[in-house]
Write a protein that binds this ligand. Sequence first.
Ligand code: PRP
Ligand code: URA
Length: 214
Amino acid sequence: MDFKNEANVFILDHPLIQHKITRLRDETTGTAEFRKVAGEIAMLMGYEALRDLETELVEVKTPIEKTMAPVISGRKQAVVPILRAGLGMTEGILNLLPTAKVGHIGLYRDPETHKPHSYYCKLPDPISERIIIVTDPMLATGGSAVDAINFIKEKGGVRIKFMCIIAAPEGLAHLHDVHPDVQIYVGCLDRQLNERAYICPGLGDAGDRIFGTK
Ligand code: PRP
Ligand code: URA
């Protein structure tokens, strides 16, 4: 699939994002730097992913004169990290949208089957009117993202954006197939999955690298 021309798929090729992703890939990057850089990438990606936020004009008085100038308006937002690793992107988005509510979806991949198992779901209620930004640094088979978005839609979520730092072509195609209405923002599209369903070249296990576990 040629993702570059696919509606609702946005592969971000900004040099600042690419530079920071290289820091994450490096196996010598430690937990503190990894966490900091993942947050910075999320903020840079958010800048792009939120360019369709609605604005309205309000009157403001500058030291020179009165004018009409834009402020964010319209729908409220919700940030929904997929636990655990999605938490590493939450702060970066909240820097841009400090009043957004935060939901959490807990999923872990079975190491043998690579299928996601759900253990937690708590979303802002009601969610139907909100712009929902789902975060997870890794889109591998796409199973976790598909299930997370299924939960959100079951609870009434409609306007959904998914942000990941690295995607495999297999996972991106799967997510886009099942949820073509979801806008997907990808920091970097990698080559493929390996036999353990890890992204190559990827960055390893994002949750372990963000939280320093093994
Ligand atoms: C990782 C990652 C995604 C998922 C991606 O989480 O953060 O949620 O795997 O894989 P998929 O696209 O094949 O579903 P993991 O299950 O390792 O849990 P963790 O974040 O708690 O470490
Ligand atoms: N989850 C990760 O954290 N990394 C991968 O490469 C695949 C799934």
